[in-house]
Design a protein around this ligand. Structure first.
Ligand code: GFB
Length: 318
């Protein structure tokens, strides 16, 4: 059984590494409801892939709590075409921030991984124990290896140095501030862009990569932020914890959902030249639920809010 611990954030200096990304920005929004002092630093000031720069920033800013949201991320195509960046950047960010946190005496650190750490053919829904039990999905093994190293770093620093470092494994995310680049981003953002463009141009069909049959679990990013704050306050142990909804849908069902939200009544065509990736990816979220957290936002409400945000803030800029 997982026991609940207590680490109040009130009065703490809290660094969100990666505050400009979708997850980091949601966390900044969420932390504004906590009585803590928020620290952020731009990539231009501190490149997290440079160890000396990270150590100098930590020495000067002296955060007490750190959320490691910074990462080089992307969808299935970006992952499979930029393997060196996905491996190197994410290994460097994880090792630099985690080591510097130990060195500067950070009280608590939460590292963000990804559900792609689990084997391609892991039993579904995937439990935390599935880690390292089989071969990874080839389209994202570079990213997965780096994220597995991040989990292991947290565990190693806990064992050897007694650091209170924990890890969360979020499922596929969506929400305000996503990457709307069709080549680089994930399917949730791509569907919003494609449906919106089709409505504007009067196109009768939108294109779906692959077969439309893979199944994914989608978590609204503001729910993720809430879970991260919950874990920071209440979880302190070696195993990583899954963060998701525990419910999956097919990519075709996702396209239908986004079409419904946006009022697109056309059809779908499938591009078989694009990869499907993992056949199914859904998490077992019982451990976090046993501690007291479940995702509060219904899927359709989350997509409605995301699509409205996209139309208001990002669509015109593209
Ligand atoms: O979201 P996505 O790029 O990443 O793709 P993964 C999910 C599924 O949606 C795949 C299909 O089966 C895609 O082929 N898909 C359909 C599309 N149409 C589109 C489209 O227009 N754009 C995109 N991007 N996909 C990523 C990993 O895997 O998930 C990362 O590569 C990370 O490492 C992330 O873990 C959460 O879910 O397949």
């Amino acid at each position: 059984m997982t026991t609940r611990s207590s680490y109040p954030l009130a009065g703490k200096r809290v660094w969100v590494a990666g505050h400009r990304g979708m997850a980091g920005a949601a966390l900044v929004r969420r932390l504004q409801r906590e009585d803590c002092r928020l620290l952020t630093v731009s990539r231009a000031e501190v490149d997290l892939r440079r160890q000396a720069a990270v150590e100098a920033w930590m020495d000067q800013a002296r955060p007490q709590a750190v959320f490691v949201c910074a990462a080089t991320v992307g969808g299935i195509l970006a992952n499979s075409t930029r393997p060196a960046e996905f491996l190197y950047d994410n290994l460097a960010i994880a090792s630099n921030v985690i080591h510097a946190a130990h060195r500067s005496g950070v009280e608590k650190l939460l590292f963000l991984g990804s559900s792609c750490i689990y084997p391609r053919l892991a039993a579904q829904p995937m439990t935390e124990e599935a880690l390292l039990t089989g071969p990874l999905e080839p389209t994202n093994e570079w990213y997965a290896v780096a994220k597995i190293a991040g989990i292991k770093l947290c565990q190693a620093y806990r064992r050897q140095h007694g650091c209170d470092f924990i890890s969360a494994m979020p499922t596929n995310l969506f929400g305000p501030g996503d990457n709307y680049d069709l080549q680089q981003g994930h399917v949730a953002a791509a569907m919003q862009v494609k449906v919106h463009r089709a409505r504007q141009t009067g196109a009768s069909q939108i294109e779906i990569w692959g077969s439309g049959t893979p199944r994914r679990e989608f978590l609204y990013v503001d729910d993720l932020a809430d879970a991260l704050v919950f874990m920071m306050k209440h979880y302190s142990d070696e195993p990583h914890l899954n963060v998701g909804t525990g419910v999956d849908i097919s990519i075709r069902e996702l396209a239908e959902l986004v079409a419904r939200v946006a009022g697109f009544e056309g059809g779908f065509v499938y591009d078989a030249s694009k990869p499907d990736g993992m056949p199914r990816k859904v998490m077992n979220v019982e451990r976090l639920a046993a501690l007291g957290w479940r995702a509060p936002t219904p899927l359709e409400d989350g997509f409605r809010a995301s699509y409205e945000w996209y139309v208001r803030n990002a669509a015109a800029a593209r």
